[in-house]
Design a protein around this ligand. Structure first.
Ligand SMILES: C[S@@+](CC[C@H](N)C(=O)[O-])C[C@H]1O[C@@H](n2cnc3c(N)ncnc32)[C@H](O)[C@@H]1O
Length: 216
């Protein structure tokens, strides 16, 4: 996994650069499912799923992150952006969402389809959340939501990401992870303690949703 700050920024826009063009994002964009499947076939371990999340899961994530009351949310692994759009629909007008994804094609797709001054799109690894927050001049996050597949990444990378998540959260902030497997809980609990666990059975496949609160 490489971190490429210059090309990352070339594929993205800042909140101020896009200010003014604020549309309520629709639930899904045409071709999302096909684009998702194609990227999965190219990078199965990185994408970790054949289909994007359902609207049931999206709504559960909106509630678990308390998006309506957040000032800054970080999304790890926005993919084709269904979860991103759901968060944007819930966020306040003065809030910010930093979406970080390893996939250049997902980042470019999101930048082309979602025009919202609250959204910053960053290509790169979740290992660098704090650095990205600094680059985008954003405060520590009230919530970090993640669909990145902890079960298929090298353990040292998973551990670095878990540590970065804890460091990037504001006191009292929430970390919400949705996964088929429970590996994420093993890594994040080292830094954030025990999570609350719920299942979203209406998603295909059913997923576990883990929620941690950072101590105040
Ligand atoms: C299962 S998809 C989730 C997509 C979308 N949020 C959804 O729910 O439909 C996982 C995403 O995590 C991204 N990803 C995997 N490892 C990552 C990492 N270390 N840093 C940032 N993004 C990563 C993948 O490129 C992919 O877009």
């Amino acid at each position: 996994m490489r971190y490429e700050p210059s090309s990352a920024r070339a594929a993205t826009r800042t909140a101020t650069e896009t200010a003014g063009a604020f549309e309520t994002p629709p639930a899904a964009a045409p071709g999302d499912r096909a684009a998702f499947l194609l990227e999965f076939l190219r990078h199965p371990r990185q994408i970790g799923s054949v289909v994007p999340s359902s609207s049931f899961l999206e709504q559960r994530l909106v509630r678990a992150t308390d998006a309506a009351n957040a000032r800054a949310i970080v999304e790890l692994g926005p993919g084709t952006g269904g979860t991103t759009r759901a968060l944007l629909r819930a966020l306040r007008a003065d809030a910010h969402l930093l979406a970080i994804d390893l996939s250049p094609s997902f980042c470019a797709r999101l930048a082309a389809r979602v025009h919202d001054p609250r959204l910053a799109i960053q290509r790169g690894s979740a290992e660098h959340i704090e650095e990205f927050l600094r680059q985008w001049r954003l405060p520590r996050a009230d919530a970090i939501v993640s669909g990145i597949p902890f079960s298929t990444m090298p353990p040292d990378v998973a551990d670095r990401i878990a540590r970065a998540i804890e460091a990037a959260l504001a006191p009292g902030g929430r970390f919400v992870a949705y996964q088929v497997r429970a590996d994420v809980a093993r890594y994040a609990s080292r830094y954030l303690g025990a999570p609350i666990k719920r299942w979203e059975w209406r998603n295909v496949p059913p997923l576990q949703v883990f929620t941690w609160r950072k101590k105040v």
